[in-house]
Ligand binder design. Structure first.
Ligand code: ATP
Ligand code: MG
Length: 383
């Protein structure tokens, strides 16, 4: 598949599966201007990469392998005409009840973690979503266009409401409509590319629908339908239930490996990971989801690995005991998170630096969003 991301290095992009190439995102206008380039060959098109993470706990290995590691790769490999915008999406975090003190702490910890993994505020705009009111403002405007039927079919809404069917007063409007906020997050910065884990693919499809619908309704090309960039580690599964994805908000802390876990904790969580009692090691996600998840983790966490597929790796592990496999997974994960953990501790204790990064990020993100809001309000007739 042709990637057409001229501004990030090919070796980064080879590791990505890119879905849906749209007209608008192929022929990018400069992000701070509405005109299309006269010639697509004379200059490299400008790219804007946007992604977000909820401050709902310390990020885990799934977040890192499925999204955050790619954020850093994209930053480090970006050409000068690429804008990188990464948000701590705190307005999404409150779609479920949060303790205010805990949320404040998670916001701080999540920001420290983004710096610890290698995001550089001089290269990337890093900000708290609620510091930039344009996100919510665009959400309202888009809500007036979005179809409730489409929202009701979203997998995450169906999953999260599966147990609440009989008590609609418990179902909150924000949980239903948050894909519209997510669309606004991306569209307000006129993002061309959005790196996410597989669980967000459907929401990005919705964002494209919303952008195309808005443009069609108002006879404009103000909003840019973004491309989804899905990392090869698209779905790291829970250690406690390998049929469910690893999540920050799952009640069982043993289901996930945090990027802050000590070597001992990592080892004990991997040791307790649910597998099966079959002999030998094989890669078969359908029939052996627990073992296959461990192989996936090993395959993706070891960035220097010479194996070209999980099957090939599993072939070499075939005669190993489950215990030996778990030891190897623990070793690899420990070496992946070691440097992050150390850097995180330093970042977390530098509150004034964190405040500075957040303030500077919010200012730059607000400027980026203001360009879009001006054009959107003009298209709708609000200005
Ligand atoms: P929560 O349970 O609060 O929703 P989460 O673990 O799902 O937390 P998010 O903040 O919702 O994390 O997602 C941040 C990014 O991490 C998204 O791009 C998402 O696709 C990705 N991601 C989340 N979980 C996984 C996973 N298990 N494997 C791969 N990517 C993941
Ligand atoms: Mg999530």
């Amino acid at each position: 598949m042709s990637l057409r991301l001229h501004s990030v290095r090919r070796d980064t992009l080879r590791r990505w599966r890119v879905s849906i190439l749209t007209r608008e995102s192929r022929e990018l206008a400069p992000w701070n201007s509405w005109s299309r380039p006269q010639s697509t060959t004379a200059t490299t098109p400008r790219k804007t990469i946007f992604s977000g993470i909820q401050p709902t706990g310390v990020p885990h290995l799934g977040n890192y392998l499925g999204a955050l590691r790619q954020w850093v790769d994209l930053q480090d490999d970006a050409a000068p005409n690429t804008t990188l915008i990464y948000s701590l999406v705190d307005l999404h975090a409150i779609t479920v009840r949060q303790d205010p003190k805990q949320l404040r702490q998670w916001k701080k910890e999540s920001l420290a973690m983004l710096l610890a993994i290698g995001l550089d505020p001089n290269k990337s705009i890093i900000f708290h979503q609620s510091d930039v009111p344009a996100h919510s403002e665009l959400m309202w405007i888009l809500s007036c266009q979005a179809s409730t039927g489409y929202l009701g079919r979203m997998t995450q809404w169906k999953d999260k409401t599966a147990n609440e069917k009989d008590s609609s007063e418990k179902l909150k409007l924000g949980l239903f409509s948050y894909p519209v906020l997510q669309a606004a997050d991306v569209l307000v910065h006129r993002a061309t590319h959005v790196p996410v884990g597989h669980d967000q693919a459907q929401h990005l499809e919705f964002a494209r629908e919303v952008a195309n619908g808005f443009n069609h309704t108002f006879g404009t090309d103000v909003l840019i339908p973004p491309e989804t960039l899905i990392s090869p580690a698209k779905r790291v599964m829970s250690l406690a239930d390998p049929l469910a994805k690893m999540s920050k908000s799952h009640p069982n802390p043993k289901s996930r490996i945090l990027l802050t876990d000590s070597d001992e904790v990592i080892r004990s969580k991997v040791k307790a990971a649910v597998t099966d009692s079959n002999d030998g090691i094989t890669y078969d996600p359908q029939r052996r989801p627990g073992v296959s998840n461990l192989i996936d983790i090993l395959y993706h966490a070891d960035s220097r690995s010479a194996y070209s597929s999980q099957e090939e790796l599993a072939g070499d592990l075939a005669g190993m005991s489950m215990r030996a496999l778990k030891d190897r997974v623990a070793d690899t994960v420990e070496s992946t998170v070691k440097h992050i953990r150390a850097s995180y501790e330093n970042m977390l204790h530098d509150s004034s630096h964190l405040d500075e990064v957040a303030a500077q990020g919010a200012e730059r993100a607000a400027k980026s969003a203001a360009v879009t809001m001006k054009a959107v309000k003009n298209a709708v007739g609000l200005a």
